[in-house]
Design a protein around this ligand. Structure first.
Ligand code: RP5
Length: 172
């Protein structure tokens, strides 16, 4: 197995449904990754060890997801020079999701976390892929293909609307 370039970590296995989406995208881009549970509050020492060792283990990006009082991404970012992508999760202990978003987004100056949308595991995977693609041409090509496919999907929708008789001066 190749060395993981991306580490996907989450506060609990109850976050897995969202965080798995990041792994699905990395698989599509052929980016080796690992996935595990690291809790800021329940396993603080494991969190410190994971964050401190990640770069030396060959990791290039960390994706960290958590819900409620979501301290994991920010704390990990404080302990590593790697880019950290944060995924706020609407968890069972989350009031409405805003608690998770703001805990991850509102970092103090000097310790950035690239915060995704609520439950944005999929975009976290794509964003991590883009970072790897900045120095790996194969991955860059896969991201470009993915974006081209998105464009094609929308253009097909445009054609379908046209064929259903919806007027559109722009595409004339
Ligand atoms: C957070 O608490 C975890 O990231 C999870 O989103 C939430 C709930 O965890 P469980 O009680 O389901 O283990 O730290």
């Amino acid at each position: 197995m190749s060395t993981p370039l991306v580490g996907i970590i989450m506060g609990s296995d109850s976050d897995l449904a969202v965080m798995k989406l990041a792994g699905d995208m990395l698989e599509e881009f052929d980016v080796p990754f690992e996935l595990t549970v690291v809790s800021a509050h329940r396993t603080p020492l494991r969190m410190v060890q994971y964050a401190v060792e990640a770069a030396d283990r060959g990791m290039k990006v960390i994706i960290a997801g958590a819900g409620g009082a979501a301290h994991l991404p920010g704390m990990v970012a404080s302990l590593t020079s790697l880019p950290v992508i944060g995924v706020p999760i609407k968890s069972s202990n989350s009031i409405d999701g805003w608690d998770s978003i703001l805990s991850i987004l509102q970092m103090p100056g000097g310790v950035p976390v690239a915060t995704m949308a609520l439950n944005g595991g999929k975009n976290a995977g794509i964003f991590a892929g883009s970072i790897i693609g900045a120095f790996d041409p194969k991955v860059k090509g896969k991201i470009a293909e993915y974006k081209k496919a998105l464009e094609q999907e929308v253009l097909q929708k445009v054609d379908r609307l046209k064929s259903e008789g919806w007027g559109n001066e722009f595409d004339k």
